[in-house]
Design a protein around this ligand. Structure first.
Ligand SMILES: *Cc1c(COP(=O)(O)O)cnc(C)c1O
Length: 459
C-alpha cells in the first residue's frame, strides 16, 4: 500500500529524546514495568493514545489567542454553537471539559437503578458511568466484530437481531437507552454503517427507547461510510454526519479525538426541552456555567475550528491511511492484527504473536513493554491485563483477545516513524520466544492497569 502524503507541512517541531537500550531498561524497571509510569520524555514514539495528543493547525493556535474569556456569553461560545448546531443539526449543544464529563452529566438523568443500557460496545469510561448511575451495561456487537481474522467493512455494527431479542426478553421498561459508539473504539476503532444506525434507530423508535451516539470519532466513521457504503460514495462528510446524527436523540462526544484539541467535549440533544433543563442543572453543578462548561474560552475557540477542519477529506484519507500503511507492513512481516484496521490505530494480536505466553501472563502487556525496550515505543495492553478481577469472586478475568494497541496521534508522526514501529515488531517477532510474560506484584482495586506494578517472568 502507498503511503498517503501529508496534506500539511510542518512549521513547529518538538524535539524527541533518543535513548539507548540500557537507558530504557533502567527507565522501565524504575516504572515497575508499567508504561503509564514512564516519564513521557523517555519515550521516542508515543502510541499510548490518540486522545488529546494530536497536533493543532496554525488556525487553531491563532484561535487560542482570540478566545474570549468572559465568564458568560463569550464570543467563542457562540462560535462553537454555530459550528456545532450546523454540523450535527441538534437544537441544544453543551460544551463540557471532556467526553466522560458529558457521560457524567447525562447518564444519571436517564438511568433508573437496575436498568440496562445496550451498546454496540461501550468504551470503558462510558461503561463506568453507566455503572456509577446504577445501570447495567450490555454489549451486543455483531459477530464479525470479535473475529480478528476475517474481513468485514463494518465490524463496529450492532447485532440488531440480538438487540430486539434482548428488548423482548427483558421488557422495554428495564432498558434506559441504547448507545452507538462510532467508531467502535473497543473492538479496534471499527466503523458503524449508516444502514446499521438506521436499523437501530427504527428499533429504538418502535419501542420508545432513547438512542445516544458516543461520537468521539464521528468524522473517521463518516469517512469509512463514504468509502465503503455505496449509497454515500458521493456525499460529503458533513452530509453523512447530518444524516447519521438525525437518527439519534442525543450524543456525547470527546473532542480530544476528531475535533483535534488537547481538551474538550460536547453533549448534544436533538429535540427534548425537558431533558435539556435537567442537563443544564447538572452542568452548572459539575462543569461550570453553561457557556463555558469546564473549559477556557480559548479551548472553545480551538474546538470550533477543529470540528470544521477535521471534516476535510484529504486530511481524513491521510489519517485513516496511516493505520492502513502500518497494517500493510505488518501483514508483509506476518504479524497478526485486527483486520481490517480501524481509524485510530492498529491492534496487534499479541496472543497469536507470542503463543508461549499464557493469557494470565499478559501477552498484550508483554509486547507493549518489549516495544519500549526495542525502540522506545510506548503502546498499551487491550487484553486480560486491562480486565480488573471479578468484583464478586476476585478471580482473574480473561479478555476475548490479547491485543497490544498502537494508537496513532493525529498529524504527529511521519512515514519514517511508522517504519520504525513496523521494523521493531519484525525484530521482536524474530526473537519472540525470548519475550517474557509478566506477573502483577501490586494492583489497585479498580482500573488496575493505570497504576499496577509488574515484574517479568521467563516462560
Ligand atoms: C475517549 C472516549 C471517551 C471518553 O472521552 P474522554 O475525553 O477521554 O473523557 C468516550 N467514548 C469514546 C468512544 C472514546 O474514545
Amino acid at each position: 500500500m502507498r503511503y498517503i502524503p501529508e496534506p500539511f507541512k510542518i512549521k513547529m517541531v518538538e524535539p524527541l529524546k533518543m535513548t539507548t537500550r540500557e537507558q530504557r531498561e533502567a527507565y522501565i524497571k524504575a516504572a515497575d514495568y508499567n508504561g503509564f509510569a514512564l516519564p513521557a520524555e523517555a519515550v521516542y514514539i508515543d502510541l499510548q493514545t490518540d486522545s488529546g495528543t494530536g497536533a493543532m493547525t496554525d488556525t487553531q493556535w491563532a484561535g487560542l489567542m482570540r478566545g474570549d474569556e468572559a465568564y458568560s456569553g463569550g464570543r467563542s461560545y457562540y462560535r462553537l454553537m454555530e459550528v456545532g448546531k450546523e454540523l450535527f443539526g441538534y437544537d441544544y449543544i453543551q460544551p463540557v471539559h471532556q467526553g466522560r464529563a458529558a457521560e457524567k452529566v447525562l447518564l444519571p438523568i436517564i438511568i433508573k437503578a437496575g436498568q440496562y443500557v445496550i451498546s454496540n460496545t461501550f468504551f470503558d469510561t462510558t461503561r463506568g458511568h453507566v455503572g456509577l448511575a446504577g445501570g447495567r451495561p450490555v454489549d451486543l456487537v455483531c459477530a464479525e466484530g470479535l473475529d480478528t481474522t476475517t474481513y468485514a467493512d463494518f465490524k463496529g455494527n450492532m447485532d440488531v437481531e440480538k438487540l430486539v431479542a434482548f428488548i423482548e426478553e427483558h421488557g422495554v421498561d428495564s432498558i434506559a437507552g441504547i448507545v452507538m459508539t462510532i467508531t467502535n473504539n473497543t473492538v479496534g476503532g471499527q466503523p458503524v454503517s449508516v444502514a446499521n444506525l438506521r436499523e437501530v434507530s427504527a428499533v429504538a423508535k418502535k419501542y420508545g427507547i432513547l438512542l445516544i451516539i458516543d461520537a468521539a470519532r464521528f468524522a473517521e466513521n463518516a469517512m469509512f461510510v463514504k468509502q465503503r457504503e455505496p449509497e454515500f460514495n458521493d456525499k460529503s462528510i458533513k452530509q453523512i454526519t447530518l444524516e447519521a446524527f438525525a437518527l439519534a436523540d442525543a450524543f456525547t462526544m470527546s473532542a480530544k479525538k476528531d475535533a483535534i484539541v488537547n481538551m474538550g467535549g460536547l453533549l448534544g440533544v436533538r429535540d427534548n426541552p425537558a431533558l435539556v433543563e435537567r442537563i443544564k442543572s447538572n452542568v452548572i453543578s459539575f462543569e461550570g456555567y453553561l457557556t463555558y462548561g469546564g473549559l477556557a474560552g480559548r479551548d472553545l475557540e480551538a474546538m470550533a475550528i477543529g470540528l470544521e477542519e477535521g471534516l476535510d477529506e484529504d486530511y481524513l484519507r491521510y489519517r485513516i491511511g496511516q493505520s492502513q500503511y502500518l497494517a500493510a507492513k505488518l501483514e508483509e512481516y506476518g504479524i497478526p492484527f485486527q483486520n481490517p484496521v480501524g481509524g485510530h490505530g492498529v491492534f496487534v494480536d499479541a496472543g497469536k504473536m507470542l503463543p508461549h505466553i499464557p493469557w494470565n501472563y499478559y501477552p498484550g502487556h508483554a509486547l507493549a513493554i518489549e516495544l519500549y525496550l526495542e525502540a522506545g515505543i510506548r503502546a498499551c495492553d487491550i487484553g486480560s491485563y486491562l480486565m480488573d478481577p471479578d468484583p464478586v469472586t476476585g478471580e482473574q478475568q480473561q479478555a476475548p483477545a490479547e491485543f497490544t494497541r498502537l494508537a496513532i496521534p493525529r498529524r504527529v508522526y511521519t512515514q519514517a516513524h511508522l517504519d520504525v514501529i513496523a521494523d521493531a515488531l519484525k525484530t521482536i517477532k524474530e526473537r519472540s520466544r525470548e519475550v517474557p510474560g509478566y506477573e502483577i506484584t501490586w494492583q489497585a482495586e479498580v482500573l488496575r492497569h493505570f497504576t499496577g506494578k509488574l515484574r517479568p517472568v521467563k516462560l
